[in-house]
Design a protein. Structure first.
Length: 183
């Protein structure tokens, strides 16, 4: 497990090959997400899987939202949004469903969702599927494209794709000893 944690990297759509991610593979990755820790068992993570043609529609929607909402529009960025959706094997909208009883603080629900994404990321990496979490400002508009439940919010998009070759070695700016105080 420690080797998977150490070697996991963000892998971007420009690095993906066109090999299909199967639904069976996606189900394994999503099942791993479902085993994330969750305070009071609220299980706040929700995932919207854009697979195949729906990816292209998502890309068009996001590109148009970018165009409508940005103050510094660039045709390059608009095209890049479209390209990312075409290059990806699938895209998963990472959503968080707030507990209607507010039985735990919101930050704990967000943290649990992030842990679910970490489980997905580590599982995908172990299967040689690259991924990265993007959280553009226009994610706030996902509810205009697909239905979201009351209290559900989009925290970003998890782009995934198979890739060729080796990933670069990782590094940290400081050691764990510099970040740890023993009391």
């Amino acid at each position: 497990m420690i080797e998977i944690i150490r070697t996991r990297r963000a892998v971007y759509p420009t690095q993906y090959n066109l090999e299909e991610i199967t639904k069976a593979e996606l189900n394994i990755i999503l099942e791993a997400a479902n085993w994330a820790p969750t305070h009071r068992r609220t299980e706040p993570w929700r995932f919207k899987v854009f697979y195949g043609e729906s990816q292209i529609h998502l890309g068009k929607f996001l590109a148009e939202k970018y165009k409508e909402t940005t103050e510094k529009y660039a045709e390059f960025k608009y095209s890049k949004i479209l390209d990312k959706t075409k290059q990806s094997g699938c895209i998963i909208a990472i959503c968080m469903q707030r507990d209607p009883n507010a039985s735990v603080p919101e930050w704990e629900e967000i943290a649990a969702t992030a842990m679910a994404v970490q489980n997905m990321w580590l599982t995908a990496h172990s299967m040689n599927i690259g991924a990265y979490w993007s959280s553009p400002a226009y994610k706030e508009f996902l509810g205009e494209h697909i239905p979201l439940a009351k209290g559900e919010q989009c925290l970003g998009f998890f782009y995934m794709g198979k890739y060729d070759g080796q990933l670069p070695p990782g590094e940290r700016k400081t050691s764990i000893e510099e970040k740890t105080s023993w009391i």
